[in-house]
Design a protein around this ligand. Sequence first.
Ligand code: NAD
Length: 492
Amino acid sequence: MTYNQLYINGKWIPTQKGNTFQSIDPSTEEVIAHVACASVEDAELAVHAAREAFDNGSWSELSGKERAFYLRAIAKEIRDNLKEISSLEVKDNGKPYPEAEWDISDAAGCFEFYANLAESLDEKSEEKIVLSDDRFSCVATKEPVGVACAIIPWNYPLLMAAWKVAPALAAGCTMILKPAEATSLTAVELGRIAEKVGLPNGVLNILTGYGREIGPYLTEHPDIDKVAFTGSVPVGKQIMQSAASNVKNISLELGGKSAFIVFDDSDIAAAVEWIMFGIFWNQGQVCSATSRVLVQEGIYPKLMDRLIEESQKIKIGNGFEEGVKLGPLVNQKQYQNVVDAIQCGIKDNITLLSGGKQPDNHSKGYFIEPTIFADVPEEHPLWTEEIFGPVVSIRSFKAEDEAIKSANNSIFGLAGAVMSKDVDRCNRVARKLKAGIIWINCSQPTFTEAPWGGYKQSGIGRELGLWGLENYLEVKQITSYDSQEPWAWYIQ
Ligand code: NAD
């Protein structure tokens, strides 16, 4: 397979300057592909194609049912090629194969979900509004926002693309997809799928390249009506600034440092399972990872012993190896970020209970052991900053109020979790946590039907579910004066 072309206006074209960048398998550090590196000139072609397809093409005029046909065809292609696409994701991102298969299957499910919502738009795109003055009648209609640009990260490459492409297309928007440079391969496959199912030209354009080069051009471009971004807080802030140039509609899904509160009455095995799933799944490169854990003091020593024991049993290795539950970090840069964060904890004498280094039998690849820090002070960077790696910071607490206060003491507000056998307590705490996603007696399971997004610096807006579709719709009111009586303000 080749990845050195861009998918623009339904055609595969080389970049105008002929530039490519390397994609590296993070398990082996070997080059697996040369990917087209778009310049601003290439980005302009993609914007033009998406604009033309929206303004002069048929896509936004199709019924929801007709658009749903294409979304279902995309889902089917993903499902029919599940193994190949999942394998590509493992090579490009490093995640264990079973996780990749789960992601890719979820991506197909996302296209199916938004196919259903596209159909429902046919019935629900106009809503009658009852006004307080019966001389007028009013309807609210929903229309596609226009040309949307999706800029996505590398942690769930195809799934993050699906979260944006599926609702945008369902709504009738046209789109430019800019995958993360570290993991562009499955986005290119999505372009091949779009071509195969006959998606009209220009409806989906795939622009691989460096965010720092083409990102600002896209986010400032007057012909782009909406930017949907998932990524880091610093880049999110830059996007807000450049989108201000033409008051562009933006949605931002940013970072997190989510807290998991575990009460004394919890089952220790279940708590350890979910703490590990909350931070070691996907190598901890998860925006909603519960990377801060607050454990009530009664079970703190026992729970920590079990957590150390279980985390040391995790099999680390190449994602294709049987039984591997922890792959490498996505690239050298992310590996270094995580190593630096761990070193900062060690230098400041924070208690390192387990892990903290590259596993002994892995000299190649960006592997880091599952790492546990205990009694982490609330003001330490290990407790306050997103690490985006398999590193968990833990503290004990005495009382419920203290735990809630500590959990909420963060610039982030993406997610949170609470565990207790007392259902009332779980519900009470869930409602007091200042975050957009709260898990009770678990951490991380994510469903296409439910809203996803953060409070505070974790972002603006919600994806998934109905909320995800609304991201790509404008609401218009149409009000008519139905009375035969003259208005008679100026002319009596
Ligand atoms: P990143 O912000 O570095 O990059 C994200 C994307 O933005 C990439 O495609 C990149 O090329 C592009 N980009 C970079 N500079 C840009 C610019 N100036 N203008 C426009 N685009 C630009 O993030 P990352 O390292 O790829 O991903 C990790 C971050 O993403 C973490 O902070 C994580 O929490 C966050 N994330 C959030 C969610 C969520 O749903 N909230 C999901 C996944 C990841």
